[in-house]
Design a protein around this ligand. Structure first.
Ligand code: SF4
Ligand code: SF4
Length: 344
């Protein structure tokens, strides 16, 4: 459905939505971050958050189960699925929502991850499109995205000056509009035309571009042993920021934490893992198939632009630019990909 909401009515709509838990971008420690907010804390004027809201659906650390031995010495296991709680992520950027739709493919593949889906099914994604790019390193249009893409979104808001143009794409999205029906009006033909030109105009404002992205996946097939990986990874300090901040990176580790040896008690925990860390692929034998920075950068690039494309027909990069903006040594994924594309 397509509707117009005046900015004057916006707080009334938000007040209605606030009957469930809302996450939205707020300034925390001088950085934009997705946090639980009350209705008064919601804004549509914000730059890119330091982390995408992936952490809400796929937390950096989560408990799977608790285990113990009971008095008879028999093992007891208590599964700790996420709680029943509806929530809204308000103000997710279109690139980050696309990142969620990529994670849906991974966690909903041959094996459905019940922990992920319990949260995912209870969350509604309300996007705010990007009239101007929220980061100097945005390049969504180079990886099949756009500042107003609705992939993964339930609702998309476009700032039209005095009004928001509100589009819904799912039943969850319709529900959010229908709960405040009286606040919304049908768009006029001029507003529809303005929306189209605003969306087109936003695409021309992207600060970064990667040309001929389609040439990259086939090119990567012949570059496993290329010198590119040594050259480009030389300055990497293995901090893992590029992958921790990425809205599409989803690797994790599962470990058992023993909290008591007698009686035996503990927890099984899932934590984000990171392919840029040396011990990510370390075998218990001591052998490491990715022993150096070059092989780890190669894995990051090949996973995103070859393997994921072969499996899901999507780049595993949505062009948010975080890995470029935050890499402490200035490794720039666009420049690496340009070297791959142009390699002779
Ligand atoms: S953010 Fe930069 S320095 Fe840190 S692991 Fe990634 S590429 Fe290496
Ligand atoms: S690879 Fe970099 S630019 Fe692409 S989605 Fe991940 S953090 Fe964003």
């Amino acid at each position: 459905m397509e509707k117009i909401l005046t900015k004057k009515s916006f707080p009334n709509w938000i007040a209605k939505l606030a009957t469930v838990q809302i996450y939205a971008p707020v300034v925390k420690d001088d950085l934009w971050s997705y946090e639980v907010v009350d209705a008064a804390g919601i804004t549509t004027e914000y730059t890119n958050a330091i982390q995408s809201p992936k952490k809400i659906i796929f937390p950096q650390r989560e408990l799977f189960l608790e285990f113990s031995h009971n008095d008879n010495g028999s093992p007891e296991i208590r599964e700790l699925l996420p709680e029943d709680k509806e929530s809204i992520i308000f103000g997710i950027r279109p690139c980050d929502a696309k990142g969620v739709s990529h994670m849906d493919k991974v966690f909903g593949g041959d094996f459905e991850d019940s922990y992920y889906w319990k949260r995912r099914n209870q969350v509604t994604l309300v996007g705010v499109g990007c009239n101007t790019p929220p980061s100097p390193n945005c390049f969504c249009t180079s990886v099949d995205g756009s500042p107003f893409s609705h992939e993964g979104l339930d609702v998309l808001l476009t700032d039209m000056g005095d009004n928001y143009y509100v589009q819904t794409f799912t039943k969850k999205g319709d529900k959010l509009v229908n709960m405040s029906k009286g606040l919304f009006a049908a768009p006029k033909p001029k507003e529809k035309a303005d929306l189209e030109s605003l969306h087109k105009d936003a695409e021309t404002k992207l600060p970064r571009h990667l040309k001929d992205t389609k040439k990259i996946p086939p090119k990567l097939k012949g570059l496993f042993d290329s010198e590119i990986w040594d050259d480009e990874s030389m300055s990497c300090i293995r901090c893992g920021i590029c992958t921790y901040l990425c809205p599409t990176c989803h690797c994790f580790d599962i470990s058992d934490e023993i909290t008591s040896h007698s009686p035996l008690e503990g927890k099984r925990v899932r934590t984000w893992d990171n392919c840029q860390f040396p011990d990510f692929t370390m075998h218990s034998s001591g052998h490491n198939p990715r022993p150096d920075k070059a092989s780890r950068l190669r894995q990051r690039i090949m996973h995103k632009f070859q393997y994921f494309v072969e499996i899901y027909n999507n780049y595993q990069c949505v062009g948010c630019g975080r890995c470029i903006s935050k890499c402490p040594v200035g490794i720039d994924i666009i420049q690496v990909l340009e070297k791959v594309r142009d390699h002779v």
